[in-house]
Design a protein around this ligand. Structure first.
Ligand code: UD2
Ligand code: MN
Length: 541
């Protein structure tokens, strides 16, 4: 639902409320309905180019594309020009609310804004002067949609047509993923018939985003595939730097900056998923997406791991800017349960790509897969990974994502009872309290990311009936072995130094009894000092 009626449309897209610099020339043929974007009739932007040497060493000559002209609005008074906030008119609040669910965003306001509005040039300084090769590959834009809102779909297409050099666009493939809305049928055909480069591919049944993209890729005739969502706004000069990256290195997957992505982060371990350019042959060499992924979700992980681990790269290109409407919920239905679909997709990705780290994935959160969700047959995907001679996930973590703060071990060494100054020690299959001896193997524990207290392959856990401590064979998926300690997500902050076992309904804490030298779990009580524990070393706070 809607949070407040004054919601400005600017929050839905990339634009900031400022008018950009002077050189906005009104390109001819902009009148709606008169646009003809065949390469012949559109003034070739290359005419205004000049020749310059890009790098003195290689002496090659490159042409500067004129990519510095932001479109001026045909009607400067129309709402939303240059991303200026649009306020819901008085008395229209009900209508806004009613129409919100058509797209899970402010559809009413979107419809007020021209489909080819001007937007601010948000590129960093210097982008407009950058050189690109004059023989860049052509691209097929693949835009999948299911029941997309009319005005946002049109605005997406217009932004591509108006802000891309025509000779680089081989075609725009609109893949209709079995939409149910009437306006997306004849009306859309009719509207798009004015643009020779736009082709509509109608799927005969719901494919889901992932297989719909694959259907588009099969039909694409350009050298490079550029995937876009159906509610985007491409900014001036968005395409050339993407194609330049792919051209320079065919195993590079180039992503534009999307509003929420940090534009300083050049090396991108995982792409957002929706917007990227990839060499078409390379996409097929990589085995496309795993076609066994359903509907939505996880495909960005799959492709990202595959690209990095199998010899490619992903790069966010700061000069390429594309706005995207982010929303809280999918506006379309899932053929099966949404959670299960995404979990299953992620499960497939984990099983094929994560190696020993998949246990971390399974252990994290409440994954349905624990309860035996079937992820389907993985033979082909695993064979593909072998065939492509891909590196390990360990290599990926160490080389692509070294900043990832996910230590396997959170704390280690002796485990001290703070009040008693005594340490836990292993005796056969049970644990007791003893004088601390840091050199004794029997007192060494690891507290892991999955919240296990491990002594080698053995894990500390209470016996259900009497609460005494026992050693169990460790199992990352067994939630009955997990302890909360120093947890930032601890539900009771006063228990942060405790070793908390159990769930919300029955919180138990590890407690030491020095006279008996025993350990047990008992109802948590922050006032009891003998329930406070400390490991010798911590690796995070
Ligand atoms: C993000 C990605 C999206 C995709 C998704 C994970 C961005 C900006 N967006 O979610 O591209 O990677 O994460 O899977 O990075 N669609 C269909 N058929 C379907 C479902 C969706 O054609 O069954 C279309 C939909 O109309 C839209 C596109 O696929 O154009 C992506 O769907 P979304 O916008 O709901 O996904 P989003 O942006 O929340
Ligand atoms: Mn989207």
């Amino acid at each position: 639902g809607m949070k407040n009626n004054e919601a400005s449309f600017s929050s839905l897209a990339l634009q900031r409320a400022a008018v950009s610099q002077a050189n906005q020339a009104l390109t001819e043929g902009q009148e709606l309905g008169k646009i003809n974007l065949t390469a012949k009739t559109r003034p070739a932007q290359l005419n205004q180019s000049q020749t310059k040497a890009l790098s003195p060493e290689d002496g090659r000559r490159h042409r500067v594309l004129r990519i510095d002209a932001t479109l001026s609005p045909r009607d400067p008074k129309a709402p939303g020009q240059f991303g200026r906030p649009v306020v819901v008119p008085h008395g229209k609040e009900k209508e806004v609310e009613r129409r919100w669910k058509e797209g899970n965003f402010n559809v009413y306001l979107s419809d007020l804004i021209p489909v080819d509005r001007a937007i601010e040039d948000t590129r960093p300084a210097g982008c407009a002067e950058q050189l690109v090769h004059n023989n860049l590959p052509t691209t097929s834009i693949i835009m999948c949609f299911v029941d997309e809102v009319w005005s946002t779909l049109l605005r997406s297409v217009h932004s591509v047509l108006n802000r891309s050099p025509p000779h680089l666009i081989k075609e725009i493939l609109l893949v209709d993923d079995f939409s149910t809305k009437d306006y997306l049928k004849d009306n859309l055909d009719k509207y798009m018939s004015q643009f020779p480069k736009v082709r509509i591919l109608r799927l005969k049944e719901r494919h889901g985003l992932i297989r719909a993209r694959l259907a588009g890729a099969q039909k694409a005739t350009g050298d490079v595939l550029t995937f876009l969502d159906s509610h985007v706004e491409c900014n001036i000069g968005w395409l050339e730097p993407l194609l330049e990256r792919v051209y320079l290195s065919r195993k590079k997957v180039a992503c534009p900056v999307i509003e929420v992505i940090n534009d300083k982060d050049m090396r991108c371990p995982v792409m957002a998923g929706g917007l990227f350019s990839i060499d078409k042959n390379y996409f097929f060499e990589l085995g496309t997406y795993d076609p066994g992924l359903d509907v939505w979700g996880g495909e960005n992980m799959e492709l990202s791991f595959k690209v990095w681990m199998c010899g490619g790269e992903i790069e966010i290109v700061p000069c390429s800017r594309v706005g995207h409407i982010f929303r809280n919920d999918n506006p379309y239905s899932f053929p099966k349960d949404r959670m299960k679909t995404v979990e299953r997709n992620l499960g497939r990705v984990a099983e094929v790509w994560l190696d020993e780290y998949k246990e971390l994935f399974y252990g994290h959160g409440d994954h349905l897969i624990d309860q035996g969700l079937d992820v389907g047959n993985l033979t082909q995907q695993r064979e593909l990974r072998k065939k492509l001679k891909c590196k390990s996930f360990k290599w990926y973590l160490e080389n692509v994502f070294p900043d990832l703060k996910a230590p396997i071990v959170r704390a280690s060494g002796v485990l001290i009872n703070v009040a008693l100054g005594k340490c836990i020690s292993i005796r056969n299959t049970t644990a007791i309290l003893e004088d601390c001896d840091g050199s004794s193997q029997l007192q060494q524990f690891n507290y892991t990311w999955l919240r296990l207290i491990k002594h080698g392959a053995w894990c500390l856990a209470p016996v259900p009936d009497n609460g005494a401590l026992r050693l169990h064979l460790c199992d990352n998926r067994n939630k009955g072995l997990r302890w909360l300690h120093k947890s930032t997500s601890v539900f009771r902050p006063e228990l942060v130094n405790h070793l908390v076992f159990g769930n919300y309904h029955q919180l138990l804490c590890l407690e030491g009894d020095f006279t008996q030298k025993t350990l047990k779990v008992a109802p948590c009580d922050p006032a009891k000092p003998d329930q406070k524990w400390k490991f010798e070393n911590y690796y995070e706070d």
